[in-house]
Design a protein around this ligand. Sequence first.
Ligand SMILES: Cc1cc2nc3c(=O)[nH]c(=O)nc-3n(C[C@H](O)[C@H](O)[C@H](O)COP(=O)(O)OP(=O)(O)OC[C@H]3O[C@@H](n4cnc5c(N)ncnc54)[C@H](O)[C@@H]3O)c2cc1C
Length: 408
Amino acid sequence: METNTPVHHWNSKQMIFDATGSMLSDEKTDRLSTLLWKIIEEAFEFSAKAHEKDGGKSILAGDSLYDFIKKRSIEELQDEQERETLLQMSEMWGAYVGEPVWKQSLRFAWMEECCGGEEMFVASDYSAIFGRISKTAKEEAKIMLGKKVVSVQTEDRSSGKQVSVTCDDVSTDQFDEVVMTTPLGWLKTHPNCFAPPLPPRLTSAIDNLKLSQLEKVFITFPSAFWISDSTTDSFPSYTNWLRPLYADDTNPHHWPQEIWNLASFTPPHNHPTILFYLYGDCSRHIVNAIYGKPKQEKHDFLDKFFFPYYSRLPRFDLENPSCTPKAILATEWLKDELNGYGSYCNFQTGVEEADKDVETFRDGCPERRLWFCGEHAAPFEECGTVAGAYLSGEFIGKKIVELYSANA
Ligand SMILES: Cc1cc2nc3c(=O)[nH]c(=O)nc-3n(C[C@H](O)[C@H](O)[C@H](O)COP(=O)(O)OP(=O)(O)OC[C@H]3O[C@@H](n4cnc5c(N)ncnc54)[C@H](O)[C@@H]3O)c2cc1C
């Protein structure tokens, strides 16, 4: 609000295509979606209660959110076909956490009960917000861009020695305190960056917390052919193609697909664009297929892959030039070293103490003048988010101020 960043509130309408590519009725969509979210809420509660009782140990580390939904669907729905549809709908969880719903730890599902407050989508970009939050740093600090940290050498605080940080241009600088904001994936792939090595508990936290693979694909058309009335926000914000059985040549694993309608933003921020969210193996398949390829080859691959879905949108007509993509942009976080080759941390089945792992990051190594922040060190309900990454930095900043105030 303070930065006047335009935000959008998605309408609550959704459109769901079943595995054969037929659209579900509005009645079924609403009823099953309401039931699904009720069950997910119950799973959060179940997980939170177990956490309070015994740190979650009464839930097996291997149990997943999917197991919970499956069990509850049998109790809630008589019709086997509807149960199957509900389970397929539950796969949308993957686009929140970046990996399939059957990998979501039930023991730590409570840590995914996200954010609270109003849900908004930034309809333009983050530049004004970045400008605001970086103001003090830009005014007061010396910022060195365009180089990568390759090693961090620490001594015991009691020695009075500073931390040495070496970059890929072989420059080394000394600091009183170092706050590492490199992503979890970077920490996973650069274990030898720290000398001496990080303490075992921190090393195991880096290992225990898994990284998910969320990617986005934007497809822009000459005009938003799927919308019949552009004067009202009446088209569903969200469209979901459940386990498609009709695209075997491009999607033999039947990965579900989903889009958000970016044509619904208030002008001038609206675009004739649909935004696909990909996760897990589907993300890896797409990025591996396009990475390093010439622009036209990428376009052709992506168009072929997504055609079975966008061609099922209302008003699609092969003969109409408005229905042929004008441009396609796919993220390739999987291949980005500075992004840690992934999206963000998630709490997968098998993890024993995800909460303690996050706390371990937050504790850092003050005895070595070394601290950690980022989405993986965020308050529990904000892990994996931009707000969480910001709050984690604020938290460490306060801790350092406290330390210096106490020693003043
Ligand atoms: C597809 C996708 C969709 C998402 N959607 C949402 C959403 O809707 N809402 C939401 O809140 N969050 C969302 N997120 C998550 C959000 O983007 C992250 O949680 C957040 O950006 C993490 O911030 P961070 O500061 O921890 O890490 P980053 O934003 O990754 O910042 C780390 C910084 O460290 C730098 N760096 C890395 N290695 C080095 C090095 N060796 N030397 C120097 N610098 C280095 C990088 O260049 C980068 O600038 C999404 C993420 C993805 C991938």
